[in-house]
Write a protein that binds this ligand. Structure first.
Ligand code: ADE
Length: 238
């Protein structure tokens, strides 16, 4: 892939992308669908950065627009997540993404089974969408060198803030998830459909349990800063 093509960076909330935008040598901004796309160079690497807003539809609109308008060679989703067996402050790099709320089980499909159409043929059916292995490896190595490590695993996405320990346990059992959030799986699907590699990097802001309403606001800033620092370090190798 041509290295002049930018790396696309998407975060849901301002706090998840602000530090990156602030460090960027910005060449310009565009507005599409109410979203602002900042383009320029970050750590010497051509990048386009956008805040997509929470949830799967916002994330999909942002990812598809970014792909069509800027042709990124890699799209990275950064931010915070609820931990599934990973403690607050821990880092998770997606090996794959799933959409835990996509449910055609009454029709006999496994939970999370997506339907991916190619050229009007029969759909490809899959639950897990694999993240780019090379990008994930770089993020894991950089995490090792500055934070003493990160966990690699499935990240589960749904249009739901999870604050329930039973649901948390279920996410681990059903999908082997290590983290739950609201955008990664949607960005993964858009990238997969466009054959654009993707990565998801999340820091754990809460345990996706009844303490989440208090933990999330308490730890989000610190966690978002952690992912921004790691991503900035990794960019030159991506
Ligand atoms: N993002 C951060 N914490 C989350 C949670 N508990 N559920 C969904 N998304 C999150």
């Amino acid at each position: 892939m041509e290295k002049k093509q930018p790396i696309g960076i998407i975060g849901a909330m301002g706090v998840e992308v602000r530090a990156l935008i602030d460090q960027m040598e910005e060449s310009g901004q565009d507005r599409f669908a109410g979203l602002v796309f900042h383009w320029g160079s970050l750590a010497g690497v051509p990048c386009v950065i956008a805040q997509c807003g929470e949830g799967k539809v916002n994330a999909a609109v942002c990812a598809q627009t970014m792909i069509l308008k800027y042709a990124p060679r890699l799209v990275i989703n950064v931010g915070v997540a609820g931990g599934v067996g990973v403690s607050i402050g821990g880092l998770v790099v997606a090996s794959a993404c799933v959409q835990h709320d996509f449910d055609a089980t009454p029709m006999g499909y496994p939970l999370g089974n997506l339907f991916l159409y190619w050229d009007e043929g029969e759909p490809e059916e899959r639950v897990e969408l694999p993240a780019d292995g090379a990008a994930a490896a770089v993020l894991l190595e950089e995490a090792q060198s500055i934070y003493g490590g990160a966990c690699s695993g499935v990240i589960a996405t749904g249009d739901q803030f999870v604050a329930d320990k039973e649901k948390n346990r279920w996410l681990g059992e059903t999908f082997g998830a290590k983290a739950v959030e609201m955008e990664g799986g949607s960005i993964a699907q858009v990238c997969y459909m466009n054959r654009v590699p993707f990565a998801v990097l999340r820091a754990i802001s809460d345990n996706a349990n009844d303490e989440s309403p208090a933990d999330f606001p308490a730890f989000t800033q610190e966690c978002a800063d952690k992912t921004a620092r790691l991503l900035t370090r990794a960019l030159g190798r991506l």
